[in-house]
Design a protein around this ligand. Structure first.
Ligand code: GLC
Length: 449
């Protein structure tokens, strides 16, 4: 006898199928993304039109023998951070002091002057607290996690802001010049900026300081990006220069990749964002946006009366109300009735959810996050096969970022997708959490220079 299902249950099932159709990335699609990504990389390296900037970082991987005392300054997410580090050589690092502060809207959406004056004041306080005010010749590594067009290891012009930064008066300017001017204004004379690095480059430096097989770094956090070690002879747009090793780190700025199929929700999110048409991959993969995609999908299902029987639109209709952290918590709830999901929804003032609603929300989160992991795996596969087409040797990928570290199943799903793409050979790809790369790495790079 056929099992009878209720109308409501049927609508839930239909809507689950509906999400799958929109969000599922098949193996064939991953292969296509990977191939298109490789072509975009090649175009970017040649200086041809490409959604990938492929920015030479003016530095190669460290040898592991860099030594000395350095200050690292890290700007690029919610926190502004400063650290004092001692590199001991042979891959050993000692952390001496650390200070961080949350950067409010006032600074991330204000003016260049207020931001850099604040940073200089923050550095001054740190030097005082660490007893470094009188120490001469302090070298600072500056991690600046945005697209910067570098013209040397200690200079670079901001191409445009990403994530939720929109400070006026910085685009088109050299951020090291801005920082040094602010230091001077505060009377700080003993600090000089030795290196300017992207967070991916810092993470690669931190990963490879300890492990020579590390040649790629990925950030999966508020934003997303990757860098890798490339042969100078392949960086066609940068001819005639030599380096000791014949190689250089290239910051891909993969968040801007756009050869990828969008759903109507992605289009809506992009249209309403600060930077429409840009950072398309970042908007499908990173922590800043995943919650909003899930929210747009929920709103659509509410309007179709497939979720909350058409209710709760007033709450969930508010832009950015549904954070990626909530998705994390929802996917973590394995109870049959979605007990913790219910508590979370109540906290958001979402009323009267049924167990089916809650399970449907969980499957929405899973559809959005699984797509993010499969896209990440596909573009990572593009980078790996660009360096090593037959995956003949081991590649350690240093990974940092809250989404990769904290989102349940995220890391595992990326690994599973890599296995689908490469079969047994995927054993040659080792993803390694490299915490704090954006702090430590800038100091290591300051030590290479
Ligand atoms: C954004 C920035 C990029 C950074 C990434 C991760 O994509 O443009 O430079 O590496 O976020 O923080």
């Amino acid at each position: 006898m056929p099992v009878k299902i209720s109308v409501h249950e049927r609508s839930v099932r239909e809507s689950v199928l509906y999400q799958d159709k929109n969000f599922y990335i098949s193996l064939a699609q991953m292969r296509r993304i990977s191939r298109d990504f490789r072509s975009e990389m090649a175009r970017g390296l040649a200086g041809d039109k490409s959604s990938l900037k492929m920015i030479p970082a003016y530095v190669d991987k460290p040898s592991g023998n860099e030594a000395g005392r350095f200050i690292a300054l890290d700007l690029g997410g919610t926190n502004l951070r400063i650290l004092q580090l001692e590199l001991k050589g042979k891959g050993r690092i000692l952390k001496h002091g650390e200070k961080k502060v949350v950067l409010g809207e006032k600074y991330i959406k204000g003016t260049a002057q207020s931001l850099f004056d604040f940073i200089a004041g923050f550095i001054k306080d740190f030097l005082r607290e660490e007893g470094l005010e009188q120490t001469s010749g302090l070298m600072l590594g500056f991690t600046f996690s945005f697209p910067i067009q570098q013209s040397g290891i200690a200079s670079g012009i901001l191409v445009h802001w990403t994530k939720d930064f929109s400070v006026s008066g910085v685009v088109g300017k050299d951020v090291v010049v801005l920082l040094e001017a602010a230091l001077k204004k505060k009377g700080i004379q003993n600090v000089s900026v030795a290196a300017l690095v992207n967070d991916t480059v810092g993470t690669l430096a931190a990963g490879s300081y300890k492990d020579p097989a590390c040649d790629i770094a990925v950030i999966l956090g508020t934003g997303t990006n990757a860098c890798y070690q490339e042969k100078l002879s392949n960086i066609l747009k940068w001819p005639g220069r030599k380096s000791k090793t014949g190689k250089m780190i290239v910051n891909i700025e993969w968040g801007n990749f756009n050869k990828i199929q969008l759903t109507e929700y992605d289009r809506l999110l992009d249209k309403k964002s600060d930077n429409p048409g840009f950072q398309i991959l970042e908007k499908m993969v990173s922590g800043m946006y995943l919650g909003e995609i899930a929210r747009l999908l929920m709103v659509d299902l509410i309007k179709r009366k497939l979720l909350f029987r058409g209710g709760n639109l007033a709450v969930l209709g508010k832009e950015k109300i549904f954070k990626t952290e909530y998705m994390s918590r929802i996917e973590f709830d394995n109870s049959a009735e979605g007990v913790d999901i219910e508590a979370l929804l109540k906290g958001l003032k979402v009323a009267d959810s049924s167990a089916q609603d809650r399970l449907l929300i969980k499957s929405i989160c899973a559809a959005v996050s699984t797509r993010a992991t499969r896209i990440s795996a596909a573009v990572l596969a593009g980078v790996i096969t660009k360096i090593d087409p037959s995956l003949s040797r081991r590649h350690t990928v240093a990974v940092d970022g809250s989404v990769y570290e904290k989102y349940p199943g995220f890391a595992g799903n990326i690994e599973a997708a890599l296995k689908e793409l490469f079969g047994k050979k995927s054993r040659n790809i080792v993803l390694k959490v490299t915490k704090d790369g954006s702090g430590i790495g800038a100091a290591i790079i300051a030590g290479i220079v």
